[in-house]
Design a protein around this ligand. Sequence first.
Ligand SMILES: Nc1ncnc2c1ncn2[C@@H]1O[C@H](COP(=O)(O)OP(=O)(O)OP(=O)(O)O)[C@@H](O)[C@H]1O
Length: 591
Amino acid sequence: MPDGMLSRDGWCLLRSGLRGSRHPMLRITAWSVVEATPSLASGLAVAAALDQGFLAGHPLVGLGWLSLAGMLFVVRAIAERATFPHLARVVEPLRDHLVRHVVTDTLHSAAGSGRAPDAATVSRLTRQVEVVRLLTAALLRTARPLTGTLLATVVGLTALSPAAAALALPPLAFALAAFPYGLRRMARRRHALILAEELVAARTGAVLTAGRDINALGADDRAVAEIAEAAARYVKANQGVAFAGSAQMLTVVVGGYLPVLAILLAAPVLTAQGLLTTGSLVGAVTYVTGQLLPTVRALAGTLGVYWTQLAITLTRLAETAGTTSSATATPPTSPQGHDVAIDGLTFSYGPEAEPVLSNLSLTMPPGDHLAIVGASGIGKSTLANLLAGVEQPTSGTVRVGGVPAGELSPPVRGGPVALVPQEAYVFAGSVLDNLRYLNREATEAELLRAADLLGICPLLDRLGGLRAHLTEPAVELSSGERQLLVLARVYVSRARVIVLDEATCHLDPVTEARTELAFAARPGSLIVIAHRITSATRARNVLLLDNGQVDAGSHADLLSRNARYAELVGRWRPPPFVTASHVKASRHRGV
Ligand SMILES: Nc1ncnc2c1ncn2[C@@H]1O[C@H](COP(=O)(O)OP(=O)(O)OP(=O)(O)O)[C@@H](O)[C@H]1O
C-alpha cells in the first residue's frame, strides 16, 4: 500500500463484491435523500420561526415552523430505519463473495502446489473478511447520512443567506479538499502501526518458543535487544498515529469552527446592510453549529478511522488471497512442448542449510517415463517440488518446454505440470466435480475411460456413479480410494508432465502397477517417486539420488553397474512381481 490508500487490487475486490448490489444501493440512496430533509430544512425553519413568528409577534406561527422542523426528524428516523434491510442486502453478499474468493484462492493454490491447504491462512483471511463486512456496514451507516447532511446544509444555507454561505463555504471547501491528504497520512501511519504490532508478535513468539536454546547459547541479551527494538518501533508507530490524529483536528477547526466565526464576525455589517435578518443569522448559525460542525467532526474522526481500516484490511486481504497475482502479475508463460531440462540444480531449504540437491543436471524428452529412487530423506520429494515449480532452485534451472517451472500456471488453470502428493485431497461434493477439478471441460466419456483404465469403475459403482455426492470423503473413502479418485482427476487434466510423489503408496501392488502403466501410456511424460522398487522396474529410466551423487540409466543397467543401486534394490522388501500381463488379468477379474 505505497500511498496509504486502498490499493488497486483491494478496490477491485471491493467492487466485485458489491457488483450485484445495485438495486439495494439505489434504494439506500433514495432513502438517504429523504433522510437529509431535516438538515435541509433546519436553518430555514428556525429563521422563519423567528422572522415570521416570534419576532413578528406571532408565536403560534413560530411554533408551527418549529413543529414542522421537529416532524421532519420523525421522517428522518423512519427513512433511517427503512435503509437497514437494504444495508444487509449489500453487506451480506459482500461477505459471502469475499469468503468464497479467499477459500477458492487458497484451495486453488494448494491444488496447484500439491500441498495441504493452509487452514491458518484461511482462518486469518476469513477474520479479515468479517472486519471488512463490519467496516463496510459502519461506513454505509455513517458516511451516507453524513454526505446527505453536508449537501443538504450547503443547499439550505445558500438558500437562506447567500452572504452567510459565501463566508462559511470557502473554509469548508478548503477543509474538505485537504481531508484526503490527512486520510492518506493516517492510513500510512496505521499501516506502519499494524506492521510494528506484527513485528512485536513475531519476535516475542520466536523468543518464547526458542527460550531454552537462547538460554543455552547465552543469547539472552540479543533476544531482549531484538524485542526492545520492536517495541520501540511500536511506540514510535503509535505516536505517529496520534500525531496524524491531532493533525486531523485541523480539518474540524477550519471546516467547522472557522465558518461560525466568520458569520458571527461579519454579522453586524451584514445586518446593517440588510443582507441578514436576525432570523437568518440564527438560522445560519444553526446550520453551521447544528449540522456542519458535527458532520466535519465525524468525517475527521470515526469516518476517517473506518475508511483507513477498511483500506488497509482490503489491501492486505487482496495481497494474501492472491488477487494481486491474478490482477497485476504477468501472465504465466506458455511452454513450447514439455521436455524437462534440469541444469546445474542446487537447492537448500535455508541460506545456512546444507544443500539437499547439488549441481544436478538431467534432461527428459517428451514421453519419457522416469523413476526417482534413493534412501529416505535424500531429496526425492524436494526434486518433485522443484519440477512442479513449488520450490525455486537456489541456483541452476528447472525448465519445462523451455520455461522455468516456477513461471508455469498451476494444473488447475490448465498448467502443464501436475504434482500428485501422497496425501490425496477429495472434497465434499459430487464425484463428477472432484474428477473435473483440474479440467472442467472433461466429458463424462473421458472420465469413464480414465476410470476404466485406472480400475476405479467398481468404486464408482459402489459410490453411486459420477453424480454421487460425497459428504465426508475422509470417512466414506479409504486412503487408497481417495488416491485413486485424485489420480483419475489428474489423468483427465491437461497436464503433460505428471509427477507422482509416492501417490500410489496406499494402493496394492497390482493396482499401483495398473495406475503407472495407464499414466505411462497417456500422452506426455511420467515421473514416479518410487514407493516400491517395482516402479523402477517399469520405468524406462531410473534416476538414483545418493548422498550428493546421482546416476541415471535403465533398471537393468544400474543394477549391473551401480553397487549402491543394487544394495538399495536388495533392501527393498521383495514385492510381488507385477507385470503388464498381471494387470490385464486383474482387469478381466474386475479387481
Ligand atoms: N520444508 C522443509 N524445510 C526444511 N527441510 C526440509 C523440508 N522438507 C524436507 N526437508 C529436508 O530435506 C531433506 C530431503 O527431504 P525430502 O522429503 O525431499 O526427502 P525424500 O527423499 O523425499 O524422503 P522420503 O523418501 O522419506 O519421503 C530431508 O533432510 C528433509 O528433512
